[in-house]
Design a protein around this ligand. Structure first.
Ligand code: V47
Length: 381
C-alpha cells in the first residue's frame, strides 16, 4: 500500500511539562499512577499522548490489528432496570418490547451473513419473568446447532440478576451457564463504577463492587471476560481514572480480562438526551489513556459501531489494536441514535486496517488467528 514501514520513527515531543515525566515512565515500562492518568486527560497535547500510547501498542502488538466475524443477538429488550443511559430497554408491556422464543433466537443466529461467524455476542435486558432455564436452553441450543461458534454471553449485570432470580449464588449461576455452553463474558454493564455517577445513569442495577466481584468469580471459574467503560455523560476525569484503576487492580489479581472497550455515550432517545455527544478529541484521548493506564490488559478495542469507522481507524495509531467485528445487526446504540451502519463486511474492516498502515488479523474471541478458505474456517490453537 506504499507504506513501507509503519513503525513509529519520529521523536517524542511536547510543550506540556506534565507529560515529560510520564514519557520517562512509559519508556521505562513503569506503571502510571492516578496523577499521571489525570494529567493525560487534562492535556490538550493529543499527539504526545497518542505517541506514548502508540509506542506501547507497537511494543505489544507491532502492526497487528485484530477483528472478528461475529453476530450480535439480543434475545429480549425487556428490562426492569430503566437505566437513564439506555434507549434499548423497555418495560414488559411498553410499545416496542420484545422477547424472542428460543426458535427465533436460533433463526436469528443463522441469518444475515454469508460467511461463517466465529462468535455470538449475546446480551439483553433484565427480564422479570424469563426463567433461568430459558437462558440455559438458549446456550445449549446454540451450542448444539453451531458447535464451532464461541458464545460470548451475558454481562455481569445479567449474571447477577439471573442469580437472584434463580436463587443461586453467583458462582453457581456462572457454573451452570458455563456448563450450558457460555465460553466467555462480554464487558458491558460496567459503565462508571463511582456511586455518584451510577445513581444518575443506572440507579437500579448492581453497583461497581458487585460488577467487579462477579467478574472476579467468572475469572476464577475459568471464564475470560472483557471490560467496558461508558464515558462522555456526567462523569469527570477522577471518575474515569478511578474506573480504570479498579479494573487494573482486578486484572492484577485474576488476569481474566482480555479486552478493554471504552464506549462513547450516545444520548439520543435516552432520559439524558439533553447531554452533548462526545467529541473526536475525547474519543481518541480515551483510547490512548486506556492503553497507557491499563498496562496489564492485552487489548484495547476501538469499537467501530460506537466510535464511527473513521475515528476507530485513526485510533489504531493512538493505542487501539482491535476494532471488534462484523456485528451484522446492532440495536443498543442504534436505539440511542447511532448513525453508523449496523454491520460491516470482513473485507471492509480489512481495508480500513490496511489503510491505517496496519496488518489485519482475523481472530476468534480468544484472540487465536482464524484462517478461512472458500469452504472452511479454522482456528489455530
Ligand atoms: O453496558 C447502553 C452501553 C453496553 C448506551 O465485550 C450505551 O466485546 C452508549 O458492552 N450510549 C453494552 N452506550 C455494549 C457492550 C459491548 C459492545 C461491544 C463489544 C463488547 C465486548 C461489549 O452499551 C452497555 C452500556 O454501557 N450503552 N446504552 C448509550 N445510549
Amino acid at each position: 500500500m506504499g507504506m513501507s514501514s509503519s513503525r513509529q520513527n519520529h521523536p517524542f515531543q511536547t510543550d506540556d511539562p506534565r507529560l515529560a515525566p510520564i514519557h520517562a515512565k512509559v519508556r521505562a515500562r513503569e506503571r502510571l499512577d492516578a496523577d499521571d492518568a489525570l494529567a493525560l486527560y487534562r492535556t490538550a497535547d493529543i499527539l504526545a499522548v497518542g505517541w506514548m500510547a502508540n509506542h506501547v501498542r507497537e511494543r505489544m502488538h507491532g502492526d497487528k490489528t485484530y477483528f472478528n466475524v461475529n453476530r450480535h443477538i439480543n434475545p429480549t429488550n425487556v428490562c426492569v432496570a430503566a437505566c437513564r443511559l439506555c434507549a434499548f430497554g423497555r418495560k414488559k408491556d411498553a410499545p416496542g418490547a420484545y422477547t424472542m422464543a428460543l426458535d427465533e433466537v436460533f433463526e436469528t443466529a443463522a441469518s444475515g451473513y454469508s460467511e461463517a461467524v466465529t462468535e455470538f455476542h449475546i446480551v439483553g435486558g433484565l427480564h422479570p419473568d424469563l426463567p433461568f432455564q430459558y437462558f440455559l436452553d438458549l446456550c445449549s441450543g446454540l451450542k448444539q446447532r453451531f458447535p464451532q461458534v464461541h458464545l460470548k454471553a451475558f454481562t455481569m449485570v445479567e449474571v447477577a440478576y439471573l442469580s437472584k432470580r434463580a436463587k443461586l449464588s453467583i458462582r453457581e449461576t456462572l457454573e451452570q451457564l458455563k456448563a450450558s455452553g457460555v465460553d466467555s463474558l462480554p464487558g458491558g454493564g460496567a459503565e462508571i463504577f463511582a456511586d455518584r455517577v451510577r445513581h444518575i445513569i443506572c440507579d437500579h442495577k448492581i453497583d461497581g463492587d458487585q460488577w467487579l466481584d462477579t467478574a472476579r468469580l467468572a475469572h476464577q471459574i475459568g471464564l475470560k471476560s472483557n471490560a467496558t467503560m461508558l464515558y462522555g455523560h456526567v462523569e469527570n476525569d477522577n471518575d474515569r481514572v478511578d474506573h480504570l484503576l479498579k479494573l487494573r487492580a482486578l486484572q492484577d489479581e485474576t488476569g481474566g480480562f482480555q479486552t478493554f472497550i471504552p464506549l462513547a455515550f450516545h444520548p439520543d432517545n435516552t432520559p439524558l438526551q439533553h447531554l452533548s455527544k462526545t467529541t473526536g478529541m475525547l474519543d481518541i484521548k480515551q483510547i490512548a489513556v486506556s492503553r497507557l493506564v491499563l498496562d496489564n490488559f492485552p487489548h484495547i478495542k476501538s469499537y467501530w459501531q460506537m466510535m464511527t469507522a473513521k475515528i476507530a481507524q485513526i485510533s489504531l495509531r493512538f493505542g487501539a489494536d482491535d476494532m471488534d467485528g462484523t456485528v451484522i445487526e446492532e440495536k443498543i446504540y442504534h436505539d440511542a441514535g447511532a448513525t453508523t451502519p449496523q454491520g460491516m463486511r470482513r473485507e471492509e474492516l480489512e481495508r480500513l486496517i490496511r489503510a491505517a498502515g496496519r496488518e489485519p488479523i482475523e481472530r476468534d474471541t480468544l484472540y487465536r488467528p482464524v484462517t478461512r478458505t472458500e469452504t472452511s474456517v479454522t482456528v489455530a490453537v
